[in-house]
Design a protein around this ligand. Sequence first.
Ligand SMILES: Nc1ncnc2c1ncn2[C@@H]1O[C@H](COP(=O)(O)OP(=O)(O)OP(=O)(O)O)[C@@H](O)[C@H]1O
Length: 337
Amino acid sequence: MPFLCKRCSRKAILKRPKTGDTLCKECFFELFELEIHETIICAKLFKPGLKVAVGASGGKDSTVLAHVMKVLNEKYHYGIHLTLLSVDEGITGYRDDSLETVKRNEQQYELPLKIVSYKDLYGWSMDDIVKQIGLKNNCTFCGVFRRQALDRGATMTAVDMILTGHNADDIAETVLMNLLRGDIARLSRCTAIITGAEGSLPRAKPLKYAYEKEIVMYAYFKKLDYFSTECVYSPNAYRGYARTFLKDLESIRPRCIIDIIHSGENFAIKSSVKMAAQGSCSRCGFISSQEVCKACILLDGLNRGLPRLTTGKMKKAHRSFAQNNKQENGEVTSPAD
Ligand SMILES: Nc1ncnc2c1ncn2[C@@H]1O[C@H](COP(=O)(O)OP(=O)(O)OP(=O)(O)O)[C@@H](O)[C@H]1O
């Protein structure tokens, strides 16, 4: 006997990873989109007229996000102006191919696309950086530069908010990683649906409760055009451990992903714990919790031929930056003078 859809009694074609319910394709699409809509409404993410950029990498998450945002904006009349924003990190054989996908998405979804590149913004592509520093630690440069490049691209196109395709699995992994590292500051903000609202460009994660497996199913059944290759410059090893652990937990108890996110949301941090205040970088003006942001410190290390200095202890890198800055401004004389 065929399985029937739990909602409408038509023939079911899938079992929802999140709940175990058997569903037909139409009910799955409806529920998947409705849950994202409810996440958006509960968090009061949008006001009519808001200019919103979807951080579009061409991968499954951001492609599904762009598609669903377009559907929901029309269906529920959010009144927001959607665009696509891509960062070209300059990774041959990876980002060049995925950007081709984003360019097709631009046509398919009729959304304007802006691409910013590391080469233009920083003078270095990831291919250049890896040539300089090798494969170890290159993710540090890529992650820090990408974060800022999205802010820079958003400023250039005058958008009010950036959406990223972080999904429930990503967030649960991040909770686990921050717990294991004892990083209270990040733990306190990694489950927030919206971050950076004070003084900097807000970023939101509408897929925060969407399971990765369901995102893949949605993309597959909707026949969305996305790019599915891993970065050629090695995955983030530490996240890999958290991912494997989470997948093992999920195979025993699928709810564990949502449970970990809810636990993260309910952490109470003592008011006496000192948190770094977010301000702006004295050099580039973009968001920073230090006087000079990490992107400027990393770039300074690259430009001075000392990139490894900046992948060790950040205090040392900040000291070296300050010393070099003083010398450049003639405030101190070097021992050779
Ligand atoms: N090069 C990029 N340009 C624009 N946005 C990006 C880029 N890389 C990542 N993002 C944004 O950050 C989110 C998380 O990226 P990450 O690479 O950690 O995850 P992912 O699971 O591979 O996402 P995706 O499937 O969308 O590629 C993406 O969904 C996207 O919104």
